[in-house]
Design a protein around this ligand. Structure first.
Ligand code: GSH
Length: 250
């Protein structure tokens, strides 16, 4: 099997795809791309869409973390990413869909908002990436990339504030899925890989980590992705973090 995975450094769905390939024991090569420029590179590589993760595997092109989980199970059924039991499978599929559609976007908005406020922490998110240019140079010239990414992802004050207000309910939902056995079982599934990477990315922000790390959701994130690049010191307005402060103290 030959595989090449296209990623952006520290992209949470790209990390999901990386972890699923590793879980399956499928060897792959990785191409690290710069945001925005990635869109053109993916088109030239023949992908229909412009986002990562994008995977070329045995001649197939598969794009999107939820499509990749299914393709990997087809190509290498064991260890399975979805349970065999129909009811359990439906629960994992629904949790994966929620992670993809609802949980992923707010983190993208929060992170781009912080990069716009201070590009100083961006370099840490490229830790271990091979971008084809020195990371320090890429970061020096990143201002237009940040501006465009803020626009594409609607990483404005209003969205970020709303995302932070919604986070306690989202964390509770993950804890509930763990309590129900849909997530965090002995065998990791596609929803574990989908959801844990977003939480793990959130935990790279000092503003968010205290509200996550001690609860079941945080423990799952650390189990699935013990290592994750990036670190953002406190930067979000304290008033926006108020919905999370009681969680941090708990
Ligand atoms: N839900 C999709 C999201 C894909 C997505 O939006 N990926 C982002 C990175 S996290 C991307 O490629 N953005 C393009 C860019 O920033 O230029 C998935 O899980 O595959």
């Amino acid at each position: 099997m030959t595989a090449r995975l296209y990623v952006l450094p520290a992209s949470h769905p790209a990390f999901t795809a990386r972890l699923m390939l590793e879980h399956k024991g499928i060897e792959y090569k990785r191409t690290d791309l710069l945001p925005v420029i990635s869109k053109g590179v993916l088109r030239v590589a023949g992908f229909p869409g412009v986002t990562v993760p994008a995977l070329k595997i045995d001649g197939h092109k598969v794009q999107g973390s939820t499509k990749i989980s299914r393709e990997l199970d087809k190509l290498k059924p064991e260890p399975a990413l979805f349970p065999a039991d129909a009811e359990k499978r439906a629960a994992v599929e629904e949790a994966e869909r929620w992670g993809n559609d609802i949980l992923q976007p707010p983190l993208r908005q929060i992170l781009w908002w912080t990069f716009k406020a201070d590009r100083g922490s961006m370099t840490s998110y490229a830790d271990g990436a091979r971008l084809g240019v020195p990371v320090s140079l890429a970061m020096k010239t990143a201002a237009p990339i940040v501006a465009l990414s803020v626009r594409f992802n609607e990483a404005d004050d209003e969205h970020v504030r709303r995302s932070l207000a919604e986070m306690p309910a989202m964390l509770q939902k993950v804890d509930d899925l763990i309590a129900a056995g849909t997530l965090g079982g002995p065998e990791l599934n596609a929803a574990d890989f989908q959801i844990a990477t977003t939480l793990r990315l959130a935990m790279t922000l000092d503003d968010l980590r205290p509200a996550i790390e001690r609860r079941p959701a945080g423990q799952l994130a650390l189990r699935v992705a013990p290592e994750y690049p990036g670190h953002t010191p406190p930067i979000l307005p304290p008033a926006w973090l108020a919905p999370l402060s009681s969680l941090a103290a708990a």
